[in-house]
Ligand binder design. Sequence first.
Ligand code: ATP
Ligand code: PRP
Length: 316
Amino acid sequence: MDLVNSLNDRLLFAVPKKGRLHQACLDLLKGSDIQFHRHSRLDIALVKNLSIALVFLPAADIPTFVGEGRVDLGITGRDQVGEHEVVSPPTETTGVTEVLDLDFGKCSLQVQVPQKGELQKPEDLIGKNVVTSFTNLTEQYFRELEAKANGSGGVTNGDGKAKLLTKIKYVGGSVEAACALGVADGIVDLVESGETMRAAGLKAISTVVESTAVLIKSKHPSDPKLVDLIASRIEGVITAQKYVLCTYNIERPKIEAACTITPGKRAPTINSLEEEGWVAVQVMVERKRIATAMDELTDVGACDILVMKIDNSRTS
Ligand SMILES: Nc1ncnc2c1ncn2[C@@H]1O[C@H](COP(=O)(O)OP(=O)(O)OP(=O)(O)O)[C@@H](O)[C@H]1O
Ligand SMILES: O=P(O)(O)OC[C@H]1O[C@H](OP(=O)(O)OP(=O)(O)O)[C@H](O)[C@@H]1O
């Protein structure tokens, strides 16, 4: 099969080929019934049941391909979009539009320094060596920091732009090793649980950006209707993962107190029970809140509380 020619007329959808976002993206595609078979070593896979081709790319490159309109749709981290936009600011026709926050891949890009050392605040790194994989965001961050610290009295380049005193170096991974190896005084790297940072003897002293995975689209996708369809399927899966369905029985006078605890996404469904004075309530509750909600519902007199997993959803 001539794979490249069979891409014609298909919507191109970029997915991280490895790393932290890869498996969550595959799960999302499965939940959205986007069926494909990826041949080993091939970075393109045709979707069997929709006119889409998946393109497996490094998360860092996805904003470039989508931003230039070469690929219609993509999933990457908001940090990667930010990193790209520092050097390629969006215009009317280029750049990406965020379609959905996908609620996974949560992390923060933070300035980190050795736990035991003199450096305590980001300003202490001005003029020193900083190592990162996010050189554009880091440069922007230190440019602003230096401008604040120097007022207007800083040294300027030929182009009139303030000369950056902090020395920023790129490394592609294992950024946390840079301080111990003597390459950096501080680093700018992603932190999720904080385990990597602590294990490397580092502490965070400032946050450059917060990030989650996002669905992005180009400014002029080849098939806007198909983009909307995929976005709505993905949103359905994300909502299903985020919420559970809770039902309980309660006496009528206690409904108001119970509904304050579980107001639902739009509003709870309330049906009369055969037993006089009682109602059954059905309501969506955020998964992370469900244990507390159950405790509080019990306190206000709800009983027969049941919680069910939602497989998929289409809500507004
Ligand atoms: N520890 C983390 N927790 C949550 N999300 C993360 C974490 N690290 C990275 N991410 C998110 O995943 C994106 C891709 O990062 P990752 O380091 O996995 O990519 P990669 O460089 O392509 O993979 P690899 O590190 O395996 O080479 C990041 O831009 C960020 O949005
Ligand atoms: O706060 P934590 O939960 O420990 O996660 C943070 C780590 O995760 C990422 O690296 P990754 O493991 O993807 O590998 P890399 O260093 O090769 O990029 C990031 O660069 C940190 O090193």
